[in-house]
Design a binder for this molecule. Sequence first.
Ligand SMILES: Nc1ncnc2c1ncn2[C@@H]1O[C@H](COP(=O)(O)OP(=O)(O)O)[C@@H](O)[C@H]1O
Ligand SMILES: [Mg+2]
Length: 318
Amino acid sequence: MGRGPIVPPGRGDDGAKGRLGQWDLGAAGRLGRGNRRTSRPWARWAASFDSGRPILASMETLAVAQLKGGSGKTTLAVGLAAVLAGRGLRVLVADLDPQGNAGMVLSGGELSPTGPTMGDVLTGGNAILEAARPSTVAGVDLVPAGRGLADVAVRLGGEIGRERRLRLALAAAGDRWDVCLLDTPPTMGLLLVNALNAAAGVVVPTDPGVFCLAGLSDLLGVVEQVGRYLDARGLAVRRLVLSRVRRDLVSRQVAGQLRDRFGALVAAAELPASVKVEESHSRCLPVPVWSPRCPVSVALSLLADELFPCLPSLQRVA
Ligand SMILES: Nc1ncnc2c1ncn2[C@@H]1O[C@H](COP(=O)(O)OP(=O)(O)O)[C@@H](O)[C@H]1O
Ligand SMILES: [Mg+2]
């Protein structure tokens, strides 16, 4: 199979789609083994357990990534965490973005977290179990970004194994959590590589605009390289998630392009643009906690249905 380069959009003179630019996502675009599996609604899956909390075979780590700021990564990560915790899973959210937005939402607005943080975990000072703390959402624990995260790349310099720090830290946490969601920065660098190398799958929120398509194209290349050269051999994009979807023409065109190109890899659930998102974040709550019945919360719940039945470690433990 050829591994063609990811190239920028062509002139696009072939009709409506062409006006947005045709993105050749190359071989890296042919990702996502997840969509080959049958998707079972979560409710049926959860109901197959006799009682209580669903038990997973091992912790499932998902990175929420996109090389475009403002695409909805943090909204998706904290929202999905709340949905999964609401269904009885023990969830860890690790904030790998120095901006610390996920930590802020999940800690009731704490801007300068005390105690060990993600920077200390990555530079080897603390175990993830020491840095994790309960969030304001029941069932969700949090490792906040902390001040030291921004200069982790400098502090780790040329140290051996610097891309593997998070993977080793999470492995050492054993089965403390069922699901770990990694919120990532919008820039290519050591933090994103650590997150991807620690993950089994990637969820990519993509707002329907051409800048986001460029971010997607770049990200697919990084995912492929991490899978090829580092530890996360089976790393795959599990779902592209249309986020901040509006009812206008350009939204529909970009969504159409993505579905044409990636088929079932694009989640059926779309996160609509909604004022409830900003409202919930201003109250330092994930959307499903602030407004459980709003369209964004419903979509996040459907996304959980889509995502989790297809993940390999979601097996019933005998
Ligand atoms: N579905 C949505 N509808 C309206 N606003 C949204 C939606 N998703 C995200 N936002 C807003 O867009 C901004 C960026 O979202 P965020 O999740 O922080 O993106 P990222 O983490 O990719 O930078 C935030 O102000 C957030 O409240
Ligand atoms: Mg963010």
